[in-house]
Design a protein around this ligand. Structure first.
Ligand code: ATP
Ligand code: MG
Length: 394
C-alpha cells in the first residue's frame, strides 16, 4: 500500500527507454516522477526543487556520472534518498556509492516491483532521518531555551525569595522561613540540573573551559559540606566530614570540583532515608595503598591518568538504598536513573553523575561507586596530588 502523500521522484538515466518505462510505472503507482538524461541537468533540477524524496541515479552516464552527482548531492547536504542504478559489472562501484551516502542500489535489468520496494524502503529511511534531525533540532532549541529563558528567571526568583526569607521586608517566623528555604532549595536543584546539562553538552562539543589550579581539597570539601549541613539536619540525616590532617592540594577547577561534590552530596541526601548517615572523607594515599585499591572494571581509567605515587581519595558514603551491583556500570551514563527511591521521592534528570565523571576525568582523575545491596553507596574520587610534597601523610 502506497503512502497517501505524493512523493516526487527524479529518474536520472541517459537510456531513454529505461527511463520512460520507469516513469510510466512510477506515475501509475501514484508518484510524481520527472526525468533527467544527464547528471548536470539532474543537479540543476535538484537545486531548483529541493523536495524530491528519491533520486534513481544511473551510475554510467556521459558527462557527469552518477558517482559525481551523488558526491555533489552529499556535499550540498541534500536529504533526498539516492538509489544507484548500476549496469552489469558496476556492482563494486555501487557498493562504494552506498558507503558514500547512497541509500541503496539496484542492478540493471531490474524488475519494476523490486524497484518499487526499494523506493518504499528508501522513503521510509529518509522520513526517519528527517524526523531524527527535527528531534535533534528541537532538543537543541530546548536546551538553548533552558539556558536563557529558564535559568535567569529562576536565579531572580531565588534572589527575591531570599530577601523575604532574610526578613528584610518584614518579620518572617520560623515556619515561614522553612517554607521559603525549601522553595529556594527546589529552585537551586533545577539550576544545578540546567548547569549539568549545559556543561555536559560543552564537554561533548569540546567547548568546556576549566580554570585548573592547585586547590586545597579540605577547604573545598568543607565549603560544600557546610552548604549541606542544614538540608541534612532538616531531613534527619547525620552528615560527618573526616579530613585527614595535613594540607593536600589537587589541580582542579574550583567551581567544577565544588559542583561534583555538590552532586554527590545531593544524591546521598536524596537517596538516604531519614535517620541515615552520610560521611565525607578525604585521605592522601601512596604506593601500595594505591595499588591495592579495588577499582571496578567499569571505571574508565583516563588515558592520561598519571602513574604518580600520591593520590587524594575523596569518598562520599551513605546508608541509603544503594545501587544494584549489576547497574553500577551504567550510573555514570546520561539519563540513567533507577526507580527505587526513598519515601522522599525527589526528581532529577539523571545528569549529575554524568557531569561528575566528565569533570573528574578532565582533572586526570577517576570516579566510581562501590555498593553492596542494602548497605548504601560509596562514591569514590581519585585525583593525583599536585606534588609529592603537598601530601599530608599516609
Ligand atoms: N547515593 C546514591 N544512592 C542510591 N542511588 C544513587 C545514588 N547516587 C546516584 N544514584 C542512582 O544513580 C542515578 C543517577 O544519578 P544522577 O546523579 O546522575 O541522576 P539524578 O540524581 O537522578 O538526577 P540529577 O542528578 O540530574 O538531578 C540516580 O537516579 C539513582 O538511581
Ligand atoms: Mg543527582
Amino acid at each position: 500500500m502506497l503512502d497517501q502523500h505524493v512523493d516526487k521522484i527524479l529518474i536520472v538515466d541517459d537510456e531513454e527507454e529505461i527511463a520512460q518505462a520507469l516513469k510510466l510505472f512510477l506515475d501509475d503507482e501514484g508518484f510524481a516522477s520527472s526525468l533527467a538524461s544527464d547528471g548536470a541537468t539532474a543537479l540543476d533540477m535538484l537545486e531548483k526543487e529541493k523536495d524530491y524524496s528519491v533520486v534513481l541515479l544511473d551510475i554510467s552516464m556521459p558527462g557527469l556520472d552518477g558517482v559525481t552527482v551523488l558526491r555533489r548531492l552529499h556535499d550540498a547536504g541534500s536529504d533526498t534518498a539516492v538509489i544507484m542504478m548500476s549496469g552489469y559489472g558496476n556492482e563494486e562501484l555501487a557498493v562504494e556509492c552506498m558507503r558514500n551516502g547512497a541509500e541503496d542500489y539496484i542492478s540493471k535489468p531490474f524488475a519494476l516491483e523490486d524497484m518499487r520496494q526499494r523506493i518504499e524502503r528508501a522513503r521510509a529511511h529518509r522520513r526517519a532521518r528527517i524526523e531524527k534531525r527535527q528531534l535533534q533540532q528541537e532538543k537543541e532549541d530546548f536546551i538553548l531555551m533552558l539556558s536563557h529563558d529558564m535559568k535567569n528567571p529562576l536565579t531572580a526568583v531565588i534572589g527575591s525569595i531570599d530577601i523575604i526569607r532574610e526578613g528584610r521586608l518584614g518579620a518572617v517566623n520560623e515556619e515561614q522561613g522553612e517554607y521559603l528555604q525549601s522553595a529556594i532549595d527546589s529552585c537551586n536543584e533545577v539550576v544545578i540540573m540546567i548547569d549539568n546539562l549545559l556543561d555536559i553538552r560543552k564537554f561533548e562539543a569540546g567547548k568546556i573551559q576549566m580554570a585548573i589550579h592547585p586547590c586545597n581539597v579540605h577547604e573545598l570539601i568543607s565549603k560544600v559540606a557546610d552548604q549541606f549541613a542544614r538540608p541534612a539536619s532538616h531531613d534527619g540525616i547525620e552528615l560527618t566530614v573526616d579530613l585527614q590532617p595535613g594540607t593536600s592540594e589537587i589541580a582542579v577547577d574550583r567551581n567544577a570540583f565544588t559542583r561534583v561534590l555538590g552532586n554527590l552530596l545531593g544524591n546521598a541526601l536524596k537517596f538516604t532515608p531519614e535517620g541515615g548517615r552520610i560521611a565525607v572523607s578525604c585521605r592522601s594515599i601512596h604506593g601500595d595503598t594505591v595499588r591495592a585499591l579495588k577499582i571496578p572494571a567499569y571505571a574508565t581509567i583516563p588515558p592520561d591518568f598519571p602513574e604518580g605515587n600520591c593520590f587524594i581519595r575523596v569518598a562520599v558514603r551513605d546508608t541509603g538504598n544503594g545501587i544494584p551491583t549489576d547497574e553500577l556500570d551504567r550510573i555514570f551514563d546520561r539519563y540513567t536513573q533507577f526507580t527505587r527511591r526513598t519515601e522522599r521521592e525527589r526528581g532529577g534528570a539523571g545528569l549529575g553523575l554524568a557531569y561528575c565523571k566528565l569533570a573528574i576525568e578532565s582533572f586526570h582523575g577517576m570516579i566510581w561507586a562501590e555498593c553492596e545491596a542494602g548497605h548504601g553507596s560509596n562514591f569514590v574520587i581519585l585525583l593525583p596530588c599536585c606534588s609529592e610534597s603537598s601530601s599530608g601523610g599516609k
